[in-house]
Each structure stands twice: as structure tokens, then as C-alpha cells.
Design a protein around this ligand. Structure first.
Ligand code: IPE
Ligand code: IPE
Ligand code: MG
Length: 249
């Protein structure tokens, strides 16, 4: 049975490193982009499932700053896929009361990708069921550097004192300033690394690694990861006894 965790507790924020599209395509003897297309179907399935289950924030790692180093045709195909997907999916996101958001260096995205993204964000900005955060051109290390620079600027302009810098101030300078930290981080495809994703924000996230490739990750796998999460005890540095005592009515 669950240890100190209410069975029905749904993670408020799930973040996913969607990995394995290329290997999935290779298994079918198809080009990598075929895997990315199939990966979009998983994005749709998982977004709908997460909203339905009651997850409030879903963050999907769609493109890292390091992914620019892939072959040019793959990068171009991914950017085109992003624009096409945003165009075809935004109405259904809107209908499902889902708010689109993006984290990463959005300014440096190709014009068409940026425009499709900003249009989608604008259209869905008042939706309340769930926030879908796309991590695009995202690097956690760059995010931390950017936050440090913003803080340095504030100190230079005398709006902040060095002695007042703390975790909350730092957090307020991150792309994720309006989003609570993830409770559950999932990575598909069997890799057990973080690949420059949400380094600050996952300080106390529960990590879940599955061998399932992203195009094959469906609602059942999502529920399995949530079930695993519910059977963990989040201690935040305390003892098991303290956690149990704090949960008593
Ligand atoms: C994840 O799948 C999608 C992106 C990084 C854009 P990959 O393309 O990394 O698939 P593998 O890891 O090569 O199988
Ligand atoms: C991480 O996957 C980035 C995304 C899922 C967008 P990668 O496939 O790029 O990660 P590495 O290169 O295996 O670490
Ligand atoms: Mg990969």
C-alpha cells in the first residue's frame, strides 16, 4: 500500500522528456521524422489524458538548444512539424479549456514557429483547466544564467540588495516563474539522464524512467507513472515519522 501518500493524489505538475522518436522510427525501418510525427500523436493523447485526470500543469520537452546540432533537415522538419501541429491542434486545446504556454528562448525560434506559438498562447490565455507548457529551444543552464543576469541587473539598478537574494527571488527570474515546480518528471526511451531540462525546478521532483519509446507512450503508461508516484513518500529532508505525523488530522 501507499506509504504516507493519499492514493488519489494526482501530481499537480508533470514534466516529460519525450524521448525515443528516432529509435521508434528506426524499428519500423522508417526515417526519423516519421517517429517525430508519431510522437505528435502521443503529445495529443497525453495532453488530453493529463487534463482529464486532473493534472494542472503539463510540461513537455519538445526541443532543446542542443537539438540545433542535429542534421539540418531534421531540425527543419521538426520546426515545420511544430507549426503544422500548433495550427491543427490549437482549436482542440482551446475547446478543452487548456492554456498553452512556452518556456525557452522563444525569441530565437524561426519566425513561423514563433508566430504560430504566440498566436496559440494568445488564443488560449484565459483557459483554466490545465496549462500545457512547451519547452522549446530550452536549456536549463541558459535559463539559470539568464536569471543570474537579471538579478545582477536589479542589483546594479539598486532595486535589489545582494543580501536579499534568495531562492524565491531566483525562482521569480526563471521562465517558470508562474508555474509550480514539477512533482513528477518522466523520461521515456530508457535513457536515465536529464539532458539540460528544468535543473532548478526538479530539486524535489520524483523521477520516473520508462523504457517505453515516446510514440508508444499512452494513457496506460501515464497512469502507471502516476501510480508509481503515489506509492512514494516525499520526505523533503525530513524523517518518515515526521511526514506521517504531519499527515494526521
Ligand atoms: C525525442 O526523440 C524528440 C526530440 C529530441 C526532438 P529523439 O529524436 O531524441 O529520438 P531518439 O532518442 O533518437 O530515439
Ligand atoms: C532530450 O532528448 C531533448 C528532448 C526530448 C527535446 P535528446 O534525445 O536530445 O537527449 P540526449 O541527446 O539523448 O541527451
Ligand atoms: Mg533522443
Amino acid at each position: 500500500m501507499s506509504k504516507g501518500h493519499v492514493k488519489s493524489e494526482i501530481p499537480n505538475h508533470i514534466a516529460i522528456i519525450m524521448d525515443g522518436n528516432g529509435r521508434w522510427a528506426k524499428k519500423q525501418g522508417k526515417p526519423r521524422i516519421f517517429g517525430h510525427r508519431e510522437g505528435v500523436r502521443s503529445v495529443r493523447r497525453i495532453t488530453e489524458a493529463a487534463a482529464e485526470i486532473g493534472v494542472k500543469h503539463l510540461t513537455l520537452y519538445a526541443f532543446s538548444t542542443e537539438n540545433w546540432n542535429r542534421p539540418k533537415f531534421e531540425v527543419n522538419a521538426l520546426m515545420t512539424l511544430l507549426v503544422d501541429t500548433l495550427k491543427t491542434e490549437i482549436d482542440s486545446l482551446h475547446k478543452n479549456n487548456i492554456k498553452l504556454n512556452a518556456i525557452g528562448d522563444i525569441e530565437s525560434l524561426p519566425f513561423l514557429s514563433k508566430r504560430a506559438l504566440l498566436n496559440g498562447i494568445e488564443k488560449t490565455k484565459n483557459n483554466t483547466k490545465m496549462t500545457l507548457n512547451l519547452a522549446l529551444n530550452y536549456s536549463a543552464q541558459l535559463e539559470i544564467v539568464k536569471a543570474s543576469k537579471a538579478i545582477a541587473e536589479d542589483v546594479k539598478n539598486n532595486v535589489l540588495k545582494v543580501e536579499d537574494i534568495n531562492e524565491n527571488i531566483f525562482q521569480s527570474k526563471l521562465y517558470t516563474k508562474d508555474i509550480p515546480n514539477p512533482d513528477l518528471l518522466i523520461r521515456t526511451s530508457g535513457e536515465t539522464r536529464i539532458s539540460n531540462f528544468l535543473l532548478w525546478q526538479i530539486a524535489y521532483a520524483e523521477l520516473y524512467f520508462t523504457p517505453v519509446l515516446w510514440p508508444e507512450f499512452g494513457k496506460e503508461e501515464l497512469l502507471a507513472s502516476i501510480n508509481d508516484f503515489q506509492n512514494r513518500e516525499r520526505r523533503y529532508g525530513q524523517t518518515s515519522e515526521q511526514i506521517a505525523a504531519s499527515k494526521k488530522p
